[in-house]
Structure formats: C-alpha cells, structure tokens
Design a protein around this ligand. Structure first.
Ligand code: ACO
Length: 324
C-alpha cells in the first residue's frame, strides 16, 4: 500500500521580532501578564511580506533542499485564513513563483488546524495514486486581521509560514492514522476576517469580526478537552502507546493549554516541543514551523513516531500519527 512520507521541513518567519515590552508601548499590558498567561515573550510580525511571500520562501527552500525539479511537484496546498486574495489562492501564487507548472493548487481554511487538514487532503491524493509529490504549507499573516488596540488578542497572534514535502512511498511508516473533526455550532468562539457586503442593493446588517474576536476561556476549555480525547483515540486505534511517541507536536496557542494536555495524557512536558516563547500563535503556520525548527536541531529522526495535533477556529481539530 502507498504511504505518505514527510521528507522535508522548512519555515520562514518575518525578520522583525516584537517583544512583550514593545507591545506594552501600544496597549495597556506587561511582559509579566503576557508571559505568565501564554508563555509568549516575543513574536515575528511582518513589515512588508504577505502570506504568499512567506509561503514562496518556505516552498523554495523545501524544493531546492530536496533537489526536486519544480515540474515534478503534483500538488501544492496552503492551510491559511489570511491569504493575500480570495483568488488567486496562495497555493497558485506559490506555483507561479516557483514554476511548479504541473501542480494542482488550492488553499484550505481551517484556522489553527489548517496544516493538519491540508496534510490530510494530500495524504488521500497520494494514497489513491494520483499525486506522488506535494508541497504542504501552513502560513499566516495574522497581523493584518488583528485589532492592535485590543490587548486581549494582539498579544497572542503572529506571522509566519512552515511547510513539509509529502511524497508517495512503498516503504512502511509515513502517515499512519488521523482523527479529524469540526464543530460549527461553536464557531462564534473565534471569528475573524468578516467582509461587509457593499453592493448597492444590500440591506443586511453589519457582521462582527473584521478583526480577531475570541472568547479565550471557551477556546481554552475546548482545546484542553478535545485534543487529549483526539490523541487518546489515535493511540487506541493504532495500538501505539504514548511512551512510543518521541514528540507531541501541537498547535502553539498557549503554553498552558499544552501543559494541561500533557498532564491529561500523563506524558512528560519535555516531549511536547514548544517554540511559542519566540514565535507566538501563528495559527495554521505553527505546526510546520515547529517541525522545521525541530528538524534544524536534528530532533526528527527516521523511524521516530510523532503526534501532530491542531485545534482552533471553526471549531476544528485533528490529530495525526506519523512515522518519520
Ligand atoms: N494585558 C493585561 N491584562 C489583560 C490583557 C493583557 N494583554 N488581556 C486581558 N487582560 C485583562 C482582562 O481585561 C481582564 O481584566 P479584568 O479582570 O479587569 O476584566 C483580565 O486580564 C483577565 O482576562 P481574561 O480574558 O479572563 O484572561 P484569561 O486568564 O482567561 O487569559 C487568555 C486570557 C490568555 C486568552 C486565555 O483565555 C487563554 O489562554 N485562552 C486560550 C485561547 C487562546 O490561546 N487562543 C489563541 C487563539 S485560538 C487558537 O489558537 C486555538
């Protein structure tokens, strides 16, 4: 049976790093409040790059690093809720910039689960035999949908892109199992990017959520309940013990969420790799950004089993068991 192997990991962060003290000059907050509540000390914020720019840089590094010919890429998917445009998709912009003329390209909107959803879709295309090589990216410029006068959200969110190369393989390993879900009934807990209809006939009201609006406590409760459930289900269904998992790579929303999840799974926190301290919450970008950082440090080794788990707006959540 064809397996989907992850064979490359890269990231691209905007150069500007904004500290908590920098933000305390914009809104009434402090380094102590932000770091004790979220674990964030600094985050990267774009000064001139849009989501497509970050994606193009990450994808270029991926393809060149693996020595893939641009024409050999069959599919490009970007998980993002902050594309440059509604159309063309960010994935089509990456295709154009890199000359991946044979790739089928589209974006997926699943907020902080966007990368997991994107990888899930690519996995199906690979397993049914119609794609052999894919570039899967998660990327955001959340700074453009953040209300920079709202201290309850502007301290959390950040910009960045990460990506992986997914390739068909006849060997064992690869993506072994996934558990993905959505619950639209709770979608109002996190809204962003509303666009008012300005046509001359429109008589409907104004919607909320041009900038990110979040019920932080509801999201906290959702994440600390659903993510451990999803990880436990994944391990149960595959018969893999938590002790066999080298690393748990979770969406980086908040260090406290991941600490609680680790406790609920009775797994030492050291196996939950975290980089939120210096990257903030990059939504769809966070999981591939973490993977790229881990790869740079030599932490991702062939044969290791890892858990990937995303959760966020929609609401959406999903877990994957991957053998590298
Ligand atoms: N600096 C200082 N004070 C602040 C700040 C700030 N940046 N933001 C809020 N406060 C104040 C509030 O005004 C409030 O003051 P009050 O008691 O006088 O009214 C007080 O701090 C407590 O506010 P809460 O919102 O209740 O703070 P809470 O302890 O719940 O922490 C947080 C907020 C960190 C967002 C928390 O709810 C959380 O971690 N939620 C998880 C959601 C999350 O991480 N979302 C990320 C995006 S979604 C995702 O990625 C899945």
């Amino acid at each position: 049976m064809i397996k989907t192997k992850l064979v490359g990991f890269e990231r691209e962060l905007p150069p500007l790093s904004v500290t908590n003290d920098d933000l305390a000059k914009l809104v009434d907050t402090s380094d102590e409040w932000i770091s004790s509540r979220t674990g964030i000390k600094s985050r990267h914020i774009s000064t001139n790059q849009n989501t497509s720019d970050l994606c193009i840089s990450a994808a270029k590094k991926l393809i060149e690093g693996a020595g893939w010919a641009a024409e050999s890429v069959d599919m490009i998917i970007v998980g993002t809720v902050t594309p440059d445009y509604s159309t063309p998709s960010t994935a089509c912009m990456v295709q154009e910039a890199l000359g991946c003329v044979n790739a089928v390209c589209f974006d997926i909107s699943a907020a902080c689960s966007g990368f997991i959803y994107s990888l899930s879709v690519v996995d199906k295309f690979i397993k049914c035999g119609s794609v052999r090589r894919a570039v899967v990216l998660g990327a955001e410029t959340l700074s453009k949908i953040t209300d920079w006068t709202d201290r309850s959200t502007c301290v959390l969110f950040a910009d960045g892109a990460g990506g992986v190369l997914a390739e068909a393989s006849d060997e064992g390993g690869g993506i072994l199992y996934e558990d993905i879900h959505s619950d639209g009934s709770k979608g109002s807990a996190l809204v962003a990017g509303f666009r008012q209809n300005e046509n001359p006939y429109f008589r409907g009201g104004y919607g909320r959520g041009r900038f990110i609006e979040m019920n932080g406590r509801d999201i906290f409760t959702f994440a600390t309940r659903k993510v451990p459930e999803s990880i436990k289900m994944t391990l149960e269904k595959t018969g893999v013990g938590a002790e066999e998992i080298k690393y748990f790579v979770l969406h980086q929303a908040n260090v406290r969420i991941n600490e609680i999840i680790a406790k609920r799974l009775r797994v030492p926190e050291e196996r939950f790799y975290s980089n939120i301290e210096n990257t903030g919450n990059t939504s769809g970008g966070s999981i591939p950004i973490v993977l790229a950082e881990m790869n740079e440090k030599g932490l991702l080794k062939k044969g290791d089993k890892i858990i990937l788990s995303g959760f966020g707006g929609g609401l959406t959540w999903g877990t994957m068991l991957v053998e590298l």
